[in-house]
Write a protein of this length. Structure first.
Length: 400
C-alpha cells in the first residue's frame, strides 16, 4: 500500500514554501491588472458587412490597442422587406430613423434580395414594431413587412479597451485634431467599411476596486462559513475544529499558489487578471474544499469502523481509498479544460489557465497539505515541522 504519511513533514514544509513564495511574488511583482480593474472604456461595434472577430482583434492591435478584449454580442432589431430601393432611398430611410431615434441609436444595413430590398435595422434599445412602422410610413416605401430579428443581422462585438480620449486636441501648429475615439472610428471604417458605435461608456478604477473588495469579502465570508460547517459536520469526532481549520489552510495554500503563478505570468508573458480570474478563484476555492472534505469524510468513516487502528494509518488508508476517485474527477475535468484551452476562444484563455492551475493544486493540497496537516496536528508533531517553535506551544500528546 502507498504510504503518503512517511514524508508528511516534508510535504507540509513544501506547502509552507509554496505559500511563502506566493506571498513574496505577490508583494514584489503584484498582479498585472486588466482593464476591468484599472478602468477603461467599453463599447459595442456593429458592422454593415461580415467582419471576423480575429480580423477585428488584429486591426485593433495594429492600431495600438493590443489589450482590447473582444466578445461577440448582438443588438435588438428588425428586418424590413420592401420593393427594390435605390441607394438614395436607403439613405432616406437611415436619415428618417436617425431623426426619430437618434444617430447613435439606430443602424441600417441593406442588401438586394430577389425583386426587393432587405433592410436590417439595429437599435441600442429596440422600439415597438408599431412605432417603427409609424416612423417608416411617411417615407412611402410601398408594401413593406417588418419582423423582429431572430438572430443578429450584422456582426456586433463588445469591445473593452483602455479609456479613449474624447476631447479634441491641437498639434504644435495649433490645428485641431480629432479625438482619440474619432480617430479609432475613422481607422475602423477605413478598414471594414460602414459601422456604428453603440453604448460607449467608461468604467472608473473606483468601480473596479469595489469589485475586487467585494470578491475578497466573499472569499473571507465563505471561508468562515466553511470552517463553521466542517466543524459542525465533524462534531462527533475528537477536535472537530481541526478538520475545518485544515481545510481552510489548504484553501489558502491553493489561493496563494494561484496568485504567485499569475504574478509570474504577468511579468513573463504580460498576462492580466480580470473579473474572470476572480470567477476562477471562487470556482477553484469550492473545488479545493470539496476535494478535501471527500478525504476527511472517508477518515471519519474509517475511524468509526470496529477495530483499533492508529490515526496515522487511518488517514493513509483513507487517502488511498479516495485516491482513484480524486484522480478520476481531476483528469475528467482536466481533459475538458485542455480541450477548451486548445479550441476555445482567446477571450477565455487565461480564465481556463487559472482553472487548470487551480484544479491541479487543489487536488494536490487535499492529499499532501490538508491530510498531512491534520495528522501533524493530531499527533502533536509541530516541533518536527517548526524546529524553532517554543515548547510551550507544542502539544505533548503523541499517539502510539
Amino acid at each position: 500500500m502507498l504510504d503518503f504519511m512517511r514524508n508528511r513533514v516534508l510535504f507540509l514544509r513544501l506547502g509552507f514554501v509554496i505559500v511563502a513564495a506566493g506571498m513574496v511574488l505577490l508583494a514584489v511583482f503584484g498582479l498585472r491588472a486588466g482593464l476591468q480593474f484599472t478602468g477603461g472604456s467599453i463599447m459595442t461595434l456593429v458592422f454593415g458587412q461580415e467582419v471576423g472577430q480575429s480580423d477585428l482583434r488584429q486591426e485593433l492591435s495594429n492600431l495600438g490597442y493590443s489589450e482590447a478584449v473582444i466578445q461577440v454580442t448582438h443588438k435588438d432589431g428588425f428586418t424590413v422587406r420592401s420593393g427594390r430601393l435605390a441607394p438614395a432611398r436607403i439613405d432616406e430611410v437611415r436619415a428618417g430613423l436617425e431623426a426619430k431615434y437618434g444617430s447613435r441609436s439606430s443602424f441600417v444595413t441593406a442588401r438586394d434580395e430577389g425583386d426587393g430590398t432587405l433592410l436590417t435595422v439595429m437599435f441600442t434599445h429596440a422600439p415597438e414594431r408599431a412605432s417603427l412602422l409609424e416612423t417608416l410610413k411617411p417615407l412611402a416605401l410601398g408594401d413593406i413587412s417588418v419582423a423582429p430579428l431572430e438572430k443578429p443581422g450584422a456582426p456586433a462585438f463588445l469591445v473593452r479597451m483602455r479609456e479613449l480620449k474624447q476631447d479634441v486636441q491641437r498639434d504644435q501648429a495649433g490645428q485641431v485634431l480629432p479625438s482619440e475615439k474619432a480617430q479609432l472610428e475613422t481607422a475602423l471604417a477605413k478598414r471594414f467599411g460602414r459601422f456604428a458605435s453603440f453604448d460607449y461608456y467608461v468604467v472608473s478604477p473606483a468601480i473596479a476596486g469595489e469589485v475586487v473588495r467585494n470578491a475578497a469579502i466573499a472569499v473571507a465570508v465563505a471561508a468562515v462559513f466553511v470552517l463553521l460547517y466542517i466543524s459542525w459536520a465533524f462534531r462527533r469526532m475528537p477536535s472537530p475544529f481541526r478538520y475545518g481549520a485544515c481545510a481552510i489552510l489548504a484553501l489558502l495554500h491553493d489561493i496563494f499558489f494561484m496568485l504567485g503563478t499569475f504574478a509570474v505570468l504577468g511579468i513573463a508573458a504580460g498576462v492580466e487578471v480580470d473579473a474572470m480570474f476572480i470567477a476562477a478563484m471562487l470556482t477553484i476555492s469550492g473545488y479545493s474544499v470539496h476535494d478535501t472534505i471527500v478525504v476527511f469524510d472517508r477518515i471519519r468513516e474509517n475511524i468509526r469502523k470496529p477495530g483499533k487502528t492508529d490515526f496515522l494509518t487511518t488517514v493513509n488508508n483513507s487517502i488511498v481509498e479516495t485516491l482513484v476517485r480524486s484522480l478520476n474527477t481531476g483528469f475528467a475535468t482536466l481533459f475538458v479544460l485542455v480541450a477548451l484551452l486548445l479550441f476555445g476562444g482567446v477571450t477565455i484563455r487565461f480564465f481556463l489557465v487559472a482553472l487548470l492551475v487551480g484544479l491541479i493544486v487543489g487536488t494536490y493540497s487535499s492529499i499532501f497539505v490538508a491530510s498531512q496537516l491534520l495528522v501533524i496536528w493530531e499527533r502533536g508533531e509541530w516541533r518536527r515541522f517548526l524546529p524553532w517553535a517554543s515548547r510551550s506551544v507544542v502539544s505533548e500528546r503523541v499517539s502510539s
